[in-house]
Write a protein that binds this ligand. Structure first.
Ligand code: CP
Length: 361
């Protein structure tokens, strides 16, 4: 049973056709060229930002984007100062805020939480990162950076390095770039931090070439793009497990010597120690530009969503299965127990519609 969104929510970029992404990239380019032409485009509109998890870039670039469009903002950046601290669930918080605001932006530590909010929200909601699952507006930022800096989204050899297990930006970017022809993926990680199986299944199904390696030294020479990521301390079960992985990949000037002259280095940021400060002065280091592109693409997104430009995507496509439960302990359905459960697929193994993890029935 398919249930469509009432609004243009952005939960997963792959819910929308590539033509819609291209529209956003073109609009973001136009806004960057002439920001003053858009300075009143969202006059009278209010954006609610609900950040249950820390953020600098995503939160402030969304807020700045709305202010630069002439709108205003409300919200919290620390759930401890909201009624979440009193035990309010996602459904009630987002239902209330969606009655005040015209558009909501939500970051939450739990996979599937933004989809859960979208079930009852009374305005469009944008996923600003749901646990280790997805981060679609970071992906739009990455696509804009590639489009502006490499002038193509096709035929690129993309190295993704670091915490590929927990890095939601990596998951969203792989899903997006596998929609463009000719891209190859080099997955550089320790075996403990390898890309989850469901993501590798997505890559295999897309027909794109990918390989898993452990050495950044060996991989760097063939790359057009190197996407570095932070080891995500907050997602480890124990400090001991984090310390075993900390510092496993560090990009420094010596490694950059072996990279192509036109390779670009991206990083969603924040960085910890995975890119040495000395690399910042290399013209191939584009991660600070990338953060600024993020503001323009979010301006384009806010405008497009508020104008209802595009078709709302399906919200639910799966079915309920009596007594079935998602096996992912980090899925929102295992924390907010009132949520209806939906699964896709058939046979013994089905996929949770909130977190995309496989569950054995
Ligand atoms: N890239 C990114 O999501 O950064 P923040 O956590 O600072 O928002």
């Amino acid at each position: 049973m398919k249930r469509f969104q009432k609004y243009i929510h952005l939960i997963d970029l792959n819910d929308y056709p590539v033509s819609w992404w291209k529209h956003l990239l073109e609009l973001a380019h136009e806004i960057r060229e002439d920001p003053s032409a858009y300075s009143e485009a969202c006059k009278g509109k209010i954006m609610g930002t609900l950040f249950y998890e820390p953020s600098t870039r995503t939160q402030m670039s969304f807020q700045t984007a709305m202010l630069r469009l002439g709108g205003t903002i409300i919200g919290f950046d620390n759930p401890a100062t909201s009624s979440v601290a009193k035990g309010e669930n996602i459904k009630d918080t987002t239902k209330i805020v969606s009655g005040y605001a015209d558009i909501m932006v939500m970051r939450h530590p739990t996979a599937g939480s933004v989809k859960a909010a979208a079930l009852t929200a009374e305005c469009p909601i944008i996923n600003a990162g749901d646990g280790g699952h997805l981060h679609p507006t970071q992906t739009l930022t990455d696509l804009m950076t590639l489009n502006e800096e490499k002038h193509t989204l096709e035929n690129l050899t993309i190295g993704l390095c670091g915490d590929l297990k927990n890095g939601r930006t990596v998951h969203s970017l792989i899903k997006a770039m596998s929609c463009f022809k000719g891209n190859k993926f080099v997955l550089i990680s320790t075996k403990e931090l390898a890309l989850p199986t469901y993501m590798k299944d997505i890559l295999s199904a897309s027909g794109h070439s990918f390989k898993e390696v452990t050495s950044l030294d060996h991989a760097i020479e063939e790359l057009d793009v190197l996407y570095m990521t932070r080891i995500q301390r907050e997602r480890f079960a124990s400090e001991e497990e984090y310390l075993a992985q900390k510092g496993c990949y560090i990009l420094d000037r010596e490694k950059m010597v072996r990279a192509k002259r036109d390779m670009i280095v991206l990083h969603p940021l924040p960085r910890v120690d995975e890119i040495a400060i000395e690399v910042d002065d290399d013209p191939r280091a584009k991660y600070f530009d990338q953060a600024k592109y993020g503001m323009y693409i979010r301006m384009a997104l806010i405008l497009t969503v508020l104008r209802c430009d595009g078709l709302p995507a399906p919200l639910i496509v799966g079915r309920t299965i009596p007594k079935a439960k998602c096996s992912n302990p980090k899925c929102i359905t295992n924390q907010e127990l009132y949520l209806p459960l939906y699964f896709t697929g058939s046979g013994d193994t089905v996929t949770c519609e909130y977190c995309d993890e496989r569950t054995l029935l």
